[in-house]
Design a protein around this ligand. Structure first.
Ligand SMILES: Cc1cc2nc3c(=O)[nH]c(=O)nc-3n(C[C@H](O)[C@H](O)[C@H](O)COP(=O)(O)OP(=O)(O)OC[C@H]3O[C@@H](n4cnc5c(N)ncnc54)[C@H](O)[C@@H]3O)c2cc1C
Length: 420
């Protein structure tokens, strides 16, 4: 049987390959890196966070973004140099403010469903990914911020999330290592954290055991449509000059920030913009540092910083959103605020062994992923998950696999809320 081609071996590509493989489809995954999960799915914030499902399409985000433009250490940074890609994305982002409410509720529903799907995959395949099910705690330093958060909480609860307000005393009981002065917070006991890279690599190994073929070091240069949904994949092996060609029964685009380029090739518009973020992984190499680092995951709304405790000896701190094209340089002035924040909140954590990383969030203007069929037969997408790819991928993989199944078995009802 001709395989289905999955383009990209990040979290979305590998979960898609898995969902297709367990439905009995032969699958080939192509990726330009030597291993799975080497780009945005490498060292993200680690949060499986239905509590972070609020979309950013609000007038206040735009105003805050403009205010922050002059500050080099701001959580959100915009390179003012114009490009058609950036401007078209911004215009669509503003138009989507009208759908803030329903898009937030839709995202939280999807996130709740996704957590269960992801835990199911990990259980079935015995994947250790430093999962911690201690919940996620948001904190706020003043009353204004807390009151705004109450309105968001109403929407999250409407989407089915169990999440409640906590006092400063309760904050300290939930996470005793926090040293700051807080007005209040919200706690989501059902949210979790884990290492996206470990999970994706573990699931890729499980896929391979189930017969999925991975073609690594393979840059896909073109996808040529054939008849009846079939496609020909043109790819070039790293370090070699010649282009190879392989046939696919259908193609699923899971190429992260590369998806816009493939969509244009296939007659679709998927306006993914690369929104840059940074993380630091703090190595907790003494018993004192381990005791001083939090077990519960934190989300500091004012600085947009998230944290995850990965196993005993790693503490991940992530944040910032930069609109600066495909640039992945690790800038010291963007890393330093993450280090400073860690020192301020957790003074006992040593920050002399810190590994810095940057990644590009594949973000669509309405902040909902593109999941389902493309315009042409045999073309599918599972991409554009933005700041929530780790959180949502368990559910979107199921949705796209169902879309493939529905297309190959006409008449099958597939209830796909996000399908194109
Ligand atoms: C700083 C930061 C913190 C984050 N924190 C969180 C968090 O706490 N929780 C959460 O849910 N999400 C978080 N995210 C978002 C999440 O990490 C992403 O949404 C997710 O990793 C995207 O996965 P992906 O598979 O779409 O893309 P990727 O992981 O980038 O995978 C795409 C793959 O496609 C391949 N590819 C692209 N073009 C080609 C080509 N031409 N040929 C061959 N291969 C190609 C690439 O090599 C890559 O491996 C964070 C992101 C960042 C940057």
């Amino acid at each position: 049987m001709t395989p289905i081609a999955v383009i990209g071996a990040g979290i979305t590509g590998v979960t898609t390959a898995y969902a297709l493989a367990i439905r009995g489809y032969p699958v080939t995954v192509y990726d330009r890196n030597r291993y799975a999960a080497m780009e945005t799915s490498f060292a993200n914030g680690g949060q499986l966070s239905a509590c972070n499902a609020e979309v950013w399409n609000k007038l206040s985000t735009v105003i805050q973004g403009l205010r922050w433009m002059a500050r080099r250490d701001a959580p959100l940074l915009m390179n003012p140099a114009p490009s058609w890609h950036k401007l078209s994305w911004m215009a669509e982002f503003v138009r989507e403010i009208a759908h803030y409410r329903e898009n937030t509720v839709e995202t939280v529903r999807l996130a709740i469903r996704a957590r269960e799907a992801l835990f199911g995959m990990a259980r079935a395949e015995g994947i250790d990914f430093d999962l911690k099910t201690r919940g996620i705690l948001h904190f706020y330093r003043d009353e204004t911020a807390f009151r705004k958060a109450e309105a968001v909480n109403t929407l999250l609860r409407e989407g089915g999330l169990e999440r409640h307000a906590v006092t400063p005393e309760e904050i300290r009981t939930i996470e005793p290592t926090l040293a700051g002065d807080y007005y209040g917070g919200f706690y989501t006991p059902s949210d979790a954290t884990g290492d996206i890279h470990k999970f994706t690599r573990g699931l890729a190994a499980a896929c391979a055991r189930r017969g999925v073929r991975f073609v690594h070091d393979a840059t896909v240069e073109a996808i040529e449509p054939g008849g009846e949904g079939a496609h020909r994949i043109h790819w070039r092996e790293a370090g070699r000059g010649d282009t190879r060609m392989e046939d696919a029964a259908a193609v699923v685009i899971c190429a992260g920030t590369g998806s816009r380029h493939f969509a244009a090739m296939l007659g679709d518009r998927v306006n993914v913009y690369p929104v840059k973020g940074y993380s630091i992984t703090v190595n907790l190499y003494t018993p004192e540092a381990r005791a001083a680092a939090p077990e519960v995951s934190i989300l500091d709304e004012a600085t947009k910083i998230v944290t995850s405790r990965l196993g005993e000896d790693r503490f991940r701190v992530a944040g910032t959103a930069e609109f600066n094209g495909f640039n992945r340089d690790i800038r010291h002035d963007r890393i330093q605020p993450l280090v400073d924040w860690t020192r301020a909140q957790f003074p006992g954590v040593d920050t002399d062994r810190v590994v810095a990383w940057s990644g590009l969030r594949p973000m669509l203007p309405n902040m909902l992923p593109k999941v389902g069929r493309g315009r042409r037969a045999g073309v599918f997408y599972n991409t554009g998950h933005g700041h929530l790819g780790w959180t949502l991928s368990g559910a979107t993989a199921e949705l796209v696999a169902e879309a493939v199944a529905a297309a190959s078995e006409p008449g099958r009802a597939a209830g796909l809320p996000l399908a194109a």
